[in-house]
Design a protein around this ligand. Structure first.
Ligand SMILES: [Zn+2]
Length: 244
């Protein structure tokens, strides 16, 4: 079991939807950002399925979720880019075209560490999370060698580590202190449009504060459970691949 990589100079976190990065590795990114690490986000889909209200204006929702993602990045202390690939939510594929886009951004942003969904997480239902995981892994492989996608005219780049969150077989934990946990929660709560569907908070119900407290408690419980794997108080667990 590994604990705590040396804080990298730069990191790129790849998520299927706005908010996935905050759930998967928000505390780790906040911890690194506090040391001066430049943290970038890459969001594969447009998040247009992220509402339970059939009457919602989806173009408005997409724009709103991009604003929320930028606010969440800021809440983590991230100073890097927030990139949206804009593939339709629920319809992400891990084909060559998408892989080329992810490889391009890895080459362009040149992160020391890449983080993303574990594509091999068993019994994972949401196809976007699966595909975003494969795009992360396959994107790293394509980015590191010069003869993949040579028409991109951007220098190849080999990150030094890949951390997969929602790991099927976690073997690495990043410890999360109070500040990192507070920033992760603030970043999650910046995704205001997801209060109902993801955080189980009903705005205007009169129960909002209690429901928000329950959400924070659930996030904290998960951090405690992940920390326990490595014998630390709180943390985020990953499958770490460092022989890239
Ligand atoms: Zn998601």
């Amino acid at each position: 079991m590994g604990v705590n990589l040396p804080a990298p100079a730069s990191a790129l976190a790849i998520g299927a939807h706005p908010d996935d990065v905050e759930f998967g590795c928000g505390a780790t990114l906040a911890k690194w950002a506090a040391t001066g690490c430049v943290v970038h986000h890459l969001v594969c889909t447009d998040g247009s399925k992220g509402t339970w209200d059939p009457a919602d204006d989806l173009a408005e929702l997409v724009a709103r979720r991009q604003d929320e993602q930028r606010a969440a990045a800021k809440a983590l202390g991230a100073t890097g880019e927030v990139v949206f690939l804009g593939w339709p939510d629920g319809e992400l594929e891990s084909g060559l075209r998408q892989r080329g886009e992810v490889a391009y951004w890895i080459r362009r942003l040149r992160p020391e560490v890449v983080l993303g969904h574990d594509p091999w997480k068993r019994y994972r239902l949401h196809p976007d999370h699966r595909h975003a995981g494969f795009l992360t892994v396959d994107g790293v492989v394509a980015a590191r060698d010069p003869h993949f996608f040579p028409d991109q005219h951007v220098e190849h780049h080999r990150p030094s580590a890949l951390l997969l969150f929602e790991a099927d077989e976690p073997d690495h934990v990043e410890e999360a202190g109070d500040d990192a946990v507070a920033r992760k929660l603030a970043a999650l709560e910046a995704h205001r449009s997801q209060l109902r569907s993801t955080m189980r908070v009903e705005p205007g119900s009169g129960e909002e504060e209690a429901q928000l407290a329950a959400f924070r408690a659930r996030v904290n419980e998960r951090l405690v459970a992940h920390g326990r794997i490595a014998g630390v108080t709180r943390g985020e667990a990953f499958k770490a691949i460092t022989d890239l």
